[in-house]
Design a protein around this ligand. Structure first.
Ligand SMILES: Nc1nc2c(ncn2[C@@H]2O[C@H](COP(=O)(O)OP(=O)(O)OP(=O)(O)O)[C@@H](O)[C@H]2O)c(=O)[nH]1
Ligand SMILES: [Mg+2]
Ligand SMILES: [Zn+2]
Length: 357
C-alpha cells in the first residue's frame, strides 16, 4: 500500500461551522469528568487507590503483621484478622514491608475483611538492609517517639546503635528518647549518668530505668502518656519487661536472663501495637543487632548527628563533612577534648557505611 497517497486521501479538511447555535457551555463538562476519570484510572492501575471506592470502606489500624498478606487490625473496639487486597501483591523491590504495625488502613468489610487502602503514613521508623539494594524494613508507622531501649549491661550498652537510632528518628521526624535500662546492675550511678550526659547536652531526653527496682518507671510513664511510641533496641535490653512493668495485664513474653546469653534469642518475634490504659499506644518490637540507614540520607548526617552542626561554624569549608577536610571545627573540638572522640568515631563509622557503593 502506498502510505503517502493514503495520507493524502484521508487528510481531513477543516470543517467550518456556520449557523449553528452553541448552547450552554455547562453541557461540555462531560469532558472534564472524562479527564478526572482517566486520572483516577491511572491511580487505580498504579495501585495508589482502590478500585472499590464505591464500597463502604471502614477505617482500622494495624496491630500486628502476621505474614506478607495477613494482619491483625483494630476496628472500633474489635480486633480482626484481615487479608491484603490483591493489588498489594505486586512486587515492590524497594520495601520488605507492605504494611506495618501502626498503619491506618481502609477495609472492605462486605465479605471477609480485606485491606483495600493504606492511609498515607505520617512517618515510619525504618531501617535498611545491609546489602546494595538497601531494602526498607518498616519497624512501625505513625508514631510520635521512639524509646531507644538499651541496657546498661547484659547486653552491654551500645552507644553506636543508639546514635543510629537517633539519626533514623530525626530523619523521619520522630522524637528520639534514650532509655538506659537495668541500672540496678551498675556499680555506680555516676558512671551511667556520665554516658547519658553527652546526649542530654545536645537536647535529647535520657531516662534511666530499672524494672527490678522500679526506678525511672514513673518518669517513663509520664513521657508515654497520650503519645504513640515504639520501643526498639537490642534483644534482651528489657523492652517487653518495661512495658509489662508499666502495664502488667499486657503479660508480654520476656526471656529469663539465663536464657538470654544463648546466641540469637529473640523473645519478641513480631512487632505489636498495644494500647496503654493511661492513654496512647505503643509498639513492642523484636530486638535488632544493627540498624542500617539509607545512603540517600548521607548528606543529612552531619546536620542530625548530635552536637556536630554547632561546631561546623568553625570549619573552613561550608560543606565540610568533618572527615578528611583540613581546618575542621569538629576535629578541633575532638582534639581539645570538648567533643568526645568515641562519638566522633561513631559518626565516621556511620558516614563510611553510607559511602560504600
Ligand atoms: N536486672 C535487670 N534485669 C532486667 C531488667 N529489665 C529486664 N530485665 C531482664 O532482661 C531479660 C530480657 O528482657 P526482655 O524484656 O525479654 O527483653 P526484650 O528487650 O524484650 O528482648 P527481645 O524481645 O528479645 O527483643 C529478662 O530476663 C528480664 O527479666 C532490669 O531493669 N534489670
Ligand atoms: Mg521483647
Ligand atoms: Zn568540619
Amino acid at each position: 500500500m502506498n502510505k503517502k497517497r493514503d495520507k493524502k486521501k484521508f487528510k481531513r479538511k477543516n470543517i467550518k461551522i456556520s449557523n449553528i447555535e452553541i448552547g450552554n457551555v455547562d453541557h461540555f463538562t462531560d469532558d472534564t469528568i472524562t479527564e478526572e476519570k482517566r486520572a483516577e484510572k491511572k491511580l487505580i492501575e498504579k495501585g495508589k487507590i482502590s478500585n472499590k471506592r464505591n464500597l463502604k470502606l471502614e477505617r482500622g489500624r494495624i496491630l500486628e503483621v502476621r505474614s506478607n498478606y495477613k494482619c491483625v487490625v483494630k476496628m472500633g473496639d474489635e480486633e480482626m484478622s484481615c487479608t491484603l487486597g490483591g493489588r498489594f501483591k505486586q512486587v515492590n523491590f524497594e520495601t520488605k514491608s507492605i504494611v506495618a504495625a501502626g498503619d491506618y488502613v481502609n477495609i472492605d468489610v462486605s465479605g471477609d475483611p480485606r485491606i483495600e487502602e493504606i492511609v498515607t503514613r505520617a512517618n515510619t521508623l525504618s531501617r535498611f538492609s545491609d546489602n546494595d539494594f538497601q531494602i526498607e524494613i518498616i519497624i512501625a508507622s505513625n508514631i510520635d517517639q521512639v524509646i531507644i531501649t538499651s541496657s546498661y549491661k547484659d547486653p552491654q550498652l551500645n552507644l553506636g546503635l543508639i546514635d543510629r537510632y537517633i539519626c533514623a528518628a530525626k530523619i523521619s521526624n520522630i522524637t528520639p528518647v534514650i532509655c538506659i535500662n537495668k541500672i540496678d546492675l551498675a556499680e555506680s550511678l555516676d558512671d551511667v549518668k556520665l554516658m547519658g550526659s553527652f546526649y542530654e547536652k545536645h537536647g535529647l531526653k535520657v531516662i534511666y530505668t530499672s524494672v527490678e527496682t522500679g526506678e525511672g518507671i514513673k518518669e517513663l510513664k509520664e513521657l508515654l502518656k497520650d503519645k504513640d511510641s515504639v520501643f526498639s533496641g537490642h534483644s534482651g535490653a528489657g523492652k517487653s519487661s518495661l512495658i509489662n512493668k508499666l502495664q502488667p495485664d499486657l503479660k508480654l513474653r520476656t526471656a529469663e536472663i539465663s536464657d538470654y546469653h544463648r546466641k540469637g534469642v529473640h523473645t519478641t518475634t513480631r512487632s505489636r501495637l498495644l494500647e496503654w490504659d493511661f492513654g496512647g499506644y505503643l509498639v513492642d518490637t523484636p530486638g535488632i543487632k544493627t540498624f542500617g540507614l539509607h545512603r540517600k540520607d548521607k548528606e543529612k548526617l552531619k546536620e542530625i548527628f548530635p552536637g556536630l552542626s554547632a561546631l561546623a561554624a568553625e570549619c573552613k569549608f561550608f560543606n565540610c563533612t568533618h572527615s578528611h577536610e583540613k581546618e575542621c571545627g569538629v576535629k578541633k573540638a575532638v582534639e581539645n577534648g570538648s567533643y568526645p572522640l568515641s562519638r566522633y568515631e561513631s559518626y565516621l563509622r556511620i558516614l563510611e557505611s553510607l559511602s560504600s557503593e
